[in-house]
Structure formats: structure tokens, C-alpha cells
Design a protein around this ligand. Sequence first.
Ligand SMILES: Nc1ncnc2c1ncn2[C@@H]1O[C@H](COP(=O)(O)OP(=O)(O)OP(=O)(O)O)[C@@H](O)[C@H]1O
Length: 336
Amino acid sequence: MLEVKNVSLGYGATTVVQNVSLRLDQGEIGCLLGPSGCGKTTLLRAIAGFEPVRAGHIDLQGRTVAAVAQRVPPQHRDIGMVFQDHALFPHLTVDGNVGFGLQQLSKTERAARVQEMLELVGLQGMGQRWPHELSGGQQQRVALARALAPKPRLLLMDEPFSSLDTTMRESIAREVRAILKHAKATALMVTHDQNEAFAMADNVGVMSHGQLMQWGNAVQVYCAPATQEVARFVGEGALVPAQSTPGGQWQTALGMLPAGHPHFQTEQGVQVLLRPEHVRLVEQGVSAQVRERTFRGSHFVLELELPDGQPIMAKASLNALYGSCDIVRIGLAADL
Ligand SMILES: Nc1ncnc2c1ncn2[C@@H]1O[C@H](COP(=O)(O)OP(=O)(O)OP(=O)(O)O)[C@@H](O)[C@H]1O
């Protein structure tokens, strides 16, 4: 459905997206995740047709819509967009907003399609309301209905939940995923919030400094990060020095890890990734000082420091009421 191949983009003398390749199949939801300024929005804008490509090409349903000397204008790409602020037309009702892109349909057909879209997003009966009479989440669903109404080939969403309450974002993301799956829509979203990305996407693309570091499902990205940047950006944990053993395992300050454990070649030698769930409090183990304790509902995450200053994180039960500066004993979880 969408193929981005070796695409580079930039502004003036600066390259902000470098040699990015990814593909989305029909009905797939993808998400570009990465820190502010890594080039996510620029890539999305290039797919929509608002930025020229400097190298590579972008294909939609097998047809090239952007290449170095070729650019199909945005209005001819058949792409729907949802923006950060929902951007509903304040002078139009919900019906008017959702029907905005359906001018080519007859009045009856338009009304039927608007009705169908409002049912899809769970807002039936609200067609006569004005945007200011809706909650943020409802406005977001109207924006989605409006973007999906003309049946675009591809839906692009740029931080669609950023103006919503943080506590609502993940549940709305799950809701929107269900709506998109029901509509069999192909969609690409941009976010810097990993919970949102994991709640929403079939595949997540982690970007850093204009490059796509990894494209994979949530489990692949979390459990087998392709680079240090992905390991640092996605989830929690610490990179800890390790030495290889003759048997191919990794020797760390906390013990031995299997050969396949995520590890990275760095300037400081090999480092392994220890997520909080890889490290446990034990009776006999390495001593570490507590720096911070964070409540996570079902457990605590302890931020710790080894005697040599190496930071490390551990998952602990709710009985572990340790405070700052307390000394605990830690070891590797048994199931690694
Ligand atoms: N119109 C522009 N002219 C010049 N530089 C730009 C322009 N738009 C973005 N940039 C720069 O390009 C880089 C990538 O920006 P982009 O908006 O794509 O990042 P992003 O990952 O979407 O960030 P955010 O999450 O903050 O929106 C940034 O360094 C930004 O300052």
C-alpha cells in the first residue's frame, strides 16, 4: 500500500531525514516514534505531498507519488490527515465537518455517509452539535470521521492525541485503533509517546536523528531493540558493561546473561540492556543504593546505583518500601 524507499528530506542546507525505508500493507497501522526534532513530521508531510524528496521515492498502491523529479500534488494522492489540534471548522456542525470532503456526492448519499461515519466513531445523534460543545476526545473522533469519510487510500495522523489529557491518551488510542481496524483503513501515525504507539500500531518505527533505527512490532522493539538509541528511547532500563565468555555468554556485575540477550558494541565496549524486570531484589546479591522509587500500580520500579556509580533499575514488589539512600541486594531475574 505505502512504500517509502531510501527517502531523504531536508530544509535548506540541512538534511533532516536520511535514507529511510518502510512499508505499510493494506489495513496495517504504523507508527513513527521518536524524540522531538528527529524528523517524524517531516517524513509524514513528504508522504502527504507537502515536502519534496531529495533522494529515494514514495509509492502508493504501486504508483510513485514522489521522487526527485516527480511530485504528485497532495490533493491527488487520496490521503486523509488528522492533525494535533483536530482543526475542526468551528462554523460547521459535526455533520458539516464530517461531510466537508464529500461535496462530489449527492445530498442523500452525503447524509448517509456522514451517518455511517458518526456510527463508526460512536457519535450518532451528535450531528447537530457544534465543535465547541464537544469534549476533546469527541472532537478527536469527529476529526477522524472527517478524515475517513472520503475513503482515503491512506490516513496520516500527526500527534493526534497530544491535545488530550495524558490519562485519556492510551484509551483513546486503543479506541481509534479499533475504529481504524473496523474501517480496514491503512494508517501511519506520528507520536513521541511510546504507550500511545504500542496501543495503536501493528508496527512501530523508531526514529532518531533523521534515521529509522528499527521497524517492528511492539514486542520486537521492546525486547530486541536494534540499536542503543532504540533501547534508551523505548521502555526503561540501563546499559551495563559486559564481557563475553568463552561460551558466548555475557558476564556482568550482576551475573551471567545468555548470548542472545540484547547487547550493543559501544565506545566503552559491549553493553547489555537490563530492563527493570531483568533485575530483582534478592537476599544475597550485589549491593546497590536506592536513588528513587516509582509506584507503577502493580509494582515499584527502583532506580539504583552500584558502588562504582553504574545506574541500574529493578522491578520490586509493593512490599519493597525502600527509600532514597537505602542499601538493597540485587541479582538477575531467574528466567533470563
Ligand atoms: N519548515 C522548516 N524549515 C526549517 N527547518 C525545519 C522546518 N520544519 C522542521 N524543521 C527542522 O527539521 C527537524 C525535524 O523536524 P520535524 O518537525 O520533522 O521533527 P519531529 O520529529 O516531528 O519533531 P516534533 O515531535 O517536535 O514535532 C527539526 O530540527 C526542525 O527544527
